[in-house]
Design a protein around this ligand. Structure first.
Ligand code: RNT
Ligand code: ZN
Length: 412
């Protein structure tokens, strides 16, 4: 018996058709962040990271320009199975000789990215205003700044981003998620907690007044509990954005590095699904804090993917990656993280979810525990390998990355 036939039969006993699941798995889009390739530096500023964004490590071979970043993305993506989208930050604009600041970016500054995304067959492009690593972050504040000029600059930047996202959606024939994250906050105990939030609210209202196609452009807001340098207070907190999103019919983006370590995004997804049609994610791995380590196949990643799958929310949850490790091979970082998310999705798809729910509803908690534990040692790996095989891939991708490191990265 072929090894895959064995696994297929085992899952079939649970009423699960692995062939069907492989097809479903392949079709789930994962939006892969461009910023793992160059340590979040981008192309439009001096390269000084601010706003609490930090990368550590100086592994050789960082992509230093558009050509190198494209080359690396192309290589890494070729070793990641399944439907892929590209997640871009505004700081990756290709400005050429244009002397424009972020408030004046135009679709044309991203046309080369569109060309590239089409060339490598991506499913769509998502977008992020870059509201950090820029001199207009005044006293650590942007959209919530008491300085009207500063607020205006960032409002215009976000408005420009909505138009650029609309362009992405038109070109790629697929929606574009625009995720707004700001680093605004205070290092020490604030004298006013409400004022900055009211100003942020007003700024967001202004941004949403932009004429953009809501069917094509999905706006999300990303909260954070605290950041480096703003330990005492963040303006864009979880409660602030959840209420803002609910009242304004936009989307919440949950980054699993942005909560207290004992709060779980896997539990937040179903809470939001009770009220929202769409939920967006930044899948990352926080080690003690929002450290943005490479995503590994840990319990929380599995729980997150279970919530997406068993709540029939594959089309409701936008999955994106957000981590940056400069201490290891950056292509390997991309591949490990992206493959792990897909592995966790496969794991969730291969569970007898209806049966498990039924046991819970019947109050049959003993059998639920027994079955859950038995399921942990099912032959998932064999189905994963079959999936890779169908994509002309295997588990030995690291050899290819080592070769690429020798031939390309080490020459930079
Ligand atoms: C920062 C947020 C934000 C960024 C990226 C680069 O804490 O997670 O999403 O990591 O936009
Ligand atoms: Zn994030």
């Amino acid at each position: 018996m072929e090894i895959y036939d064995y696994a297929k039969a085992k899952f079939n006993e649970l009423g699960i058709n692995t062939d069907e699941i492989i097809k479903t798995l392949d079709n789930i889009p994962i939006s892969i962040h461009c910023w793992q390739g160059d340590d979040v530096i981008g192309f439009d500023q001096s390269g000084n990271l601010t706003g609490g964004i930090q990368t550590t490590g100086n592994y050789p071979g960082r992509a230093r320009n558009f050509e190198e970043l494209k080359e690396d993305i192309k290589k890494a993506f070729s070793l990641i199975p399944g439907k892929k989208r590209l997640n871009l930050h505004a700081s990756y604009a290709i400005l050429g000789n244009d002397k424009v600041d972020r408030d004046e970016y135009l679709p044309k500054h991203f046309a080369p990215w569109v060309e590239f995304a089409k060339e490598i067959g991506l499913d769509g492009i998502d977008f992020n205003p870059t509201i950090f690593s820029h001199p207009n972050l005044k006293d650590g504040l942007s959209l919530s700044s008491p300085d009207k000029k500063i607020r205006k600059f960032w409002i215009k930047h976000c408005q420009a981003c909505l138009k650029i996202a609309e362009y992405f959606a038109d070109e790629m024939n697929s929606h574009s998620l625009v995720n707004i994250w700001i680093p605004d906050g205070f290092k020490d105990v604030p004298a006013d907690r409400l004022g900055p939030r009211l100003r942020l609210k007003e700024s967001l209202d202004e941004i949403l007044k932009t004429d953009y196609d809501k069917n094509k452009v999905i706006v999300a807001v990303e909260s954070k509990v605290f950041g480096i340098g703003v330990e005492s207070y963040t303006v864009g907190s979880n409660e602030f954005y959840q209420n803002y999103a609910a009242k304004n019919n936009i989307c919440c983006l949950l980054d699993n590095g942005h909560y207290h370590p004992l709060e779980y995004v896997s539990d937040k997804i179903p809470a939001l699904l009770a009220f929202y049609d769409k939920v967006a994610l930044h899948v990352t791995r926080g080690v003690r804090w929002d450290s943005d380590h490479v995503v590994i196949l840990d319990d929380e990643l599995k729980e997150i993917c279970k919530e997406i799958v068993r709540n029939n929310a594959i089309n409701k949850v936008y999955i994106g990656l957000d981590y940056f490790d400069a201490s290891i091979n950056r292509l390997a970082a991309w591949i490990v993280g992206a493959r792990n998310v897909r592995k966790a999705l496969l794991y969730a798809l291969l569970l007898p979810n209806e049966k498990l729910k039924h046991l819970q509803d019947e109050g049959n908690f003993t059998q639920l525990l027994v079955l859950n534990e038995e399921l942990k040692t099912m032959p998932y790996e064999i189905v994963w390998e079959e999936y890779l095989k169908q994509n002309n891939l295997d588990n030995k991708w690291f050899d290819e990355i080592k070769k690429y490191e020798k031939e390309v990265l080490s020459k930079r």
